[in-house]
Design a protein around this ligand. Structure first.
Ligand code: DAH
Length: 330
């Protein structure tokens, strides 16, 4: 019987072990054959013979079971290795992107004015002093320049502080009538909850014959535009000052957070300032040599619109590039 212990021990596969099981413990197997020999054994030796054979049977079964567990475990481990999925692999699945809330807001603004037949101009981000200030009735000594400190290069070149220079470029390149908007990035030396060094504006300019453009025209289009952007809000015009318009106004909408009741966002006034506008100053027309014309202009900050539409508290969060944060505004 001894060789069968060795056979069991030396097997290296579950299939080979199964063959041994049949050969050893099967109906026509080795053990059955041994037990069959009982009848030829003299009676007085039968007891010892059976005892020894049963002991072998028991031991062989124990060896067999132990070996079976070892081989099955080995087979399982090999199968797991072969079928393993490498979870560290990069996923090639690409997520669907979306517009940044500032760009989405800008698109809606452009959409409105395009529908009103305004053409879209871009101008230059790196501007010169003439287009950014001088031609807009902001001479060098003018105190209104203080609010628009920016980043300067050599030769009076600078990062534009507003989109208003696009008014000048468009008028210098075209004859009246003009009906344009200028969306784009602008730059100032500011950084707090509601200001970043780079932000976006949309400028508007309409020029036609002398006497053809009135403040009433300006009021109408801006009211219509603000209701398009913010829904059913009240709109009010407050007298103000801009060097390039006379008269000038700042435009407020009733607070979108408290519906005009008064809250922290509107400083308990019930109103939110959203843009500046006015009738184009005659000095501006003079700078571009336009004669016998009249016009209106306006300018707004796109981030401010996006913040009010999406109820964003800190403007700077828009530029941190945090996808989790930006996904909330889709
Ligand atoms: N350029 C102004 C600013 O950045 C905004 C502005 C106000 C533009 C009145 C205009 C305007 O065209 O008429 O603060």
């Amino acid at each position: 019987m001894k060789e069968w212990y060795d056979k069991i021990n030396e097997t290296d596969s579950v299939d080979a072990l199964e063959e041994i099981r049949i050969a050893l413990f099967g109906k026509k197997g080795v053990l059955a054959a041994q037990f069959a020999k009982m009848k030829d054994v003299p009676n007085e030796q039968k007891g010892a013979f059976a005892k020894e054979l049963n002991a072998h049977k028991q031991n062989l079964m124990n060896e067999f079971s132990a070996k079976k567990i070892v081989l099955q475990t080995q087979a399982l481990q090999e199968a797991m290795k072969a079928e393993a999925i490498d979870v560290s692999m990069f996923s090639t699945k690409s997520a669907v992107g979306a517009l940044h809330p500032v760009m989405e807001t800008m698109d809606r603004i452009v959409e409105y004015f395009s529908s009103m037949n305004f053409s879209v101009k871009t101008g230059n981000i790196v501007e010169d002093d003439f287009h950014n200030f001088e031609a807009l009735n902001l001479p060098k000594y003018h105190p209104a320049r203080d609010m628009q400190d920016t980043f300067y290069f050599k030769d009076e070149m600078l990062l534009r502080t507003h989109t208003s220079p696009v008014q000048i470029r468009t008028m210098l390149e075209n004859k009246p009538p003009i009906r344009m908007i200028a969306p784009g990035a602008v730059f100032r030396r500011d950084y707090d909850l509601t200001h970043t060094p780079m932000f976006h504006q949309v400028e508007g300019l309409l020029v036609d014959k002398e006497g053809a453009v009135s403040f009433a025209n300006l009021k109408f289009i801006l009211e219509d535009f603000l209701k398009y952007m913010f829904g059913d809000v009240d709109v009010r015009f407050r007298p103000s000052f801009f060097p390039f318009t006379e008269p000038s106004a700042e435009v407020d909408i009733s607070c979108v957070f408290c519906k005009g009741e008064g809250c922290r966002v509107c400083s308990h006034t019930g109103w939110l300032e959203v843009l500046g506008c006015g009738i184009v100053d005659s000095n501006v027309f003079e700078a571009v040599e336009y004669k016998d014309v009249s016009g209106y202009a306006f300018g707004l900050g796109v981030e401010r619109f996006a913040m009010l539409i999406h109820q964003i508290g800190d403007l700077r969060s828009l530029f941190e590039g945090d996808i989790k944060l930006l996904e909330q505004f889709q």
